[in-house]
Design a binder for this molecule. Structure first.
Ligand code: FES
Length: 171
């Protein structure tokens, strides 16, 4: 394992998160810590980072891997600044989610999981995002984009390129 050095800010943040739980229950902070570590590492987790988290929490690395690979919000390789996550579960699937995703991949010139050469976009299929009544839909950052059409996707990509798309909710 290569030596992983977390920033002081992150180390302090992790200490605070762990302190919210009773002695011996530090693992409860795992999901939030994974988010914080991912955010500070260009939006993806490496094995070394996950091992470091296991060390900090005094748990086995497999306990970190299990969680980090279960949830689609954790990335394990570099992703684009704008990660377009298409739901492709039942309701979205019946309303042409696959077509929307394929259209987007073709438009951007990438396959699922790849990053555009300019580092701006990635496309990924995910499981139900709980907005079934608004199918087909995608998630971009903290926001949902619903009732997708090719025209809406064109506009969204154009807005991303123009730097007009917020990724983080201020609420
Ligand atoms: S099936 Fe797509 S949000 Fe639920």
């Amino acid at each position: 394992m290569s030596e992983v050095v977390l920033s002081e800010r992150l180390q302090e943040r992790i200490k605070t998160l762990i302190s919210r739980y009773p002695e011996g229950k530090q693992k409860s902070a795992l999901i939030t810590i994974l988010h914080e570590v991912q955010n500070e590492n260009d939006d993806y987790l490496t094995t070394d980072l996950m091992d470091k988290i296991a060390e900090i929490l005094s748990i086995k690395p497999i306990e970190v891997y299990e969680v980090a690979t279960f949830y689609s919000m954790y990335n394990h390789k570099p992703v684009g600044k704008y990660m377009l996550e298409f739901c492709r579960t039942s309701c979205c699937a019946t309303r042409k989610a696959e077509d929307m995703m394929e259209y987007t991949c073709q438009k951007l010139g990438v396959k699922e999981g790849e990053v555009t050469p300019d580092g701006l976009f990635s496309v990924r299929g995910v499981e139900c995002l709980g907005a079934c009544g608004y199918a087909p839909m995608l998630q971009l950052g903290d926001f949902y984009h619903e009732f997708l059409t090719k025209e809406k996707i064109d506009q969204l990509i154009e807005d991303c390129r123009a730097g007009k798309v917020e990724l983080i909710s201020k609420v």
